[in-house]
Design a protein around this ligand. Structure first.
Ligand code: NAD
Length: 480
């Protein structure tokens, strides 16, 4: 049985109370690891270690911090196979996805912010010969980073890298559902010679670890990615203490396909945006709106491509769809399929537990599912399912589909497919969403602002936005 350990003050340690959580493998349902069931006392040790490390880390020249981040990136890259295998086993995602998406992107997160740290500059505001203002940006101190299970190392490092690059020390809480690659990261940090306490990783349940971290008076900012419900709880606790908050939360993204689109591109990309990572990506587009004249052809082709997806053992080459991350999540998604039927939906393909024979016979697999015949306003089309379930809806014109696209409480991302450039710009500007893709999906430039509107988020990650979040500006005004 593998044992995950906390990383506190440079040491790999169990929870102080000696309690453990069970961690099953999603593809088999079998227990395969124990995870520290940490409590407030462990958070306290981590925050103290981070506080001790902070003055020296903040005083390092940016180029020195940058070198540490590069060393960490290099070691993850060297151990790519071990990281990818661990991520696949821990989450149920196909090994190929972990090897080509999750782990390379985690390496890139460190490399990108290693570069950014050395390029980050500040503003000056001269007042016509009267005075000169300039802005100093200092690290915040000890910051908390809380991350979810769907892209475990990718999203954890997306927060840790800018926080460290800007000169903060970090106490991070990875998801208890997928702790393994965070544990491998702590070993990498030790091997990279990162000074003790600069990064601390405390494993355990949200209310036991994330709660105390959010409340802790010596933690000046919380960067969170996860569900809207948890984000609201974090905001409730952190706001009265006036902590800086960055919240990346749920989504129910629209995918709008006009009849004049490039059919093959729209089809292939819609298959990915519906089912990549078993539909467990916050950017997935599970509401597929297709203009009526194209609808029959698009539906037929998408159903055929969806049926051809191979659900199977995540560790076997050629598997397109792995397992869902946990039994609880599997049950939640199956519940939504039942709801879709109750609401009058017609299952075009899928809709059942997928059976994968052999070692995965008891794993949490669901057939990729397409549903039609549902109103845009029903619960299935309004609530985040976060699984391999997408709905197809025909529309007649731009105004109609825009109002449906904007009708949820979320606003993270959206895709629009059209060859009409004017319409593309018009639609993009009117979509209530932090991110819009035109004729593509999930094409990312790490310099761009990343985040959502409405109940999808507050604040932006990426590029200078992340470095600004993790620093405090101070204006200095000099009379000339
Ligand atoms: P979750 O909210 O259940 O958990 C996220 C993290 O918060 C975990 O580490 C959890 O332990 C912790 N947590 C739980 N309760 C807490 C509390 N009271 N105080 C502090 N921390 C607490 O989310 P999840 O199920 O792990 O992830 C799926 C969700 O994440 C989906 O809603 C998805 O849309 C969202 N997500 C959003 C983005 C984005 O960028 N907007 C990216 C990925 C996932």
């Amino acid at each position: 049985m593998e044992k995950v350990l906390n990383y506190i003050g440079g040491e790999l340690v169990p929870a102080a109370g000696g309690q453990w959580l069970d961690k099953p493998e999603p593809a088999t349902g079998q227990l395969y690891a124990h995870v520290p069931d940490s409590r407030e006392v462990d958070v306290q040790s981590a925050v103290e270690a981070a506080g001790r490390a902070f003055p020296a880390w903040a005083a390092l020249p940016a180029i020195e911090r940058s070198r540490f981040l590069r060393r960490i990136a290099g070691l993850i890259h060297e151990r790519l196979d071990a990281f990818a295998r661990a991520e696949s086993i821990d989450t149920g995602k196909p090994l190929a996805v972990a090897r080509t998406v999750d782990i390379p992107r985690s390496v890139l997160n460190f490399e990108f912010f290693a570069d950014a740290a050395t390029q980050f500059s500040s503003e000056a505001h001269p007042m016509d010969g009267v005075a000169l203002n300039y802005t100093l940006r200092s690290p915040l101190g000890v910051v908390g980073c809380i991350s979810p299970w769907n892209l475990p190392l990718y999203l954890l490092t997306w927060k840790i890298a800018p926080a460290l690059a800007a000169g903060n020390c970090v106490v991070a809480k990875p998801s208890e559902v997928t702790p393994m690659t965070a544990y491998l990261l702590s070993q990498v940090c030790r091997d990279a010679g990162l000074p003790p306490g600069v990064l601390n990783l405390v494993h355990g349940l949200g209310p036991h670890v994330g709660g105390p971290l959010t409340r802790h008076p010596d933690v000046s900012a919380i960067s969170f990615t996860g569900s809207t419900r948890t984000g609201a709880e974090i905001a409730r606790v952190a706001a009265p203490a006036f902590k800086k908050l960055s919240l990346e939360m749920g989504g129910k993204n629209p995918n709008v396909i006009f009849a004049d689109c490039d059919f093959d591109e729209a089809l292939a990309t819609t298959l990915r945006s519906s089912f990549a990572n078993q539909g467990q990506i916050c950017l997935c587009g599970p509401r597929i709106f297709v203009q009526r004249s194209l609808y029959p052809r698009f539906k037929e082709a998408l159903v055929a491509r969806t049926r051809a997806l191979k659900v199977g053992d995540p560790l076997v080459e050629g598997t397109d769809q792995g397992a869902l991350v946990s039994r609880e999540h599997f049950e939640k998604v199956m519940g939504y399929i039942a709801l879709a039927k109750q609401e009058g939906g017609n299952i075009l393909t899928g809709g059942q537990r997928a059976s994968v024979p052999g070692r995965c016979a008891n794993g949490w697999f669901i057939e990729p599912t397409l549903v039609e015949g549902l109103a845009p306003t029903c619960r299935t089309n309004q609530e985040e399912i976060f699984g391999p379930v997408a709905t197809l809806m025909p529309f007649d014109d731009e105004e109609e589909v825009l109002s449906w696209a904007n009708s949820t409480r979320y606003g993270l991302a959206g895709s629009v497919w059209t060859k009409d450039l004017t319409r593309a710009h018009r639609f993009a500007s009117r979509l209530h969403s932090g991110i819009v893709w035109v004729n593509t999906w999930m094409l990312r430039d790490l310099r761009t602002p990343f985040g959502g509107v409405k109940e999808s988020g507050v604040g932006r990650e990426g590029g200078w936005d992340a470095l600004r979040f993790f620093t405090e500006p101070k204006n200095v005004c000099i009379k000339l």
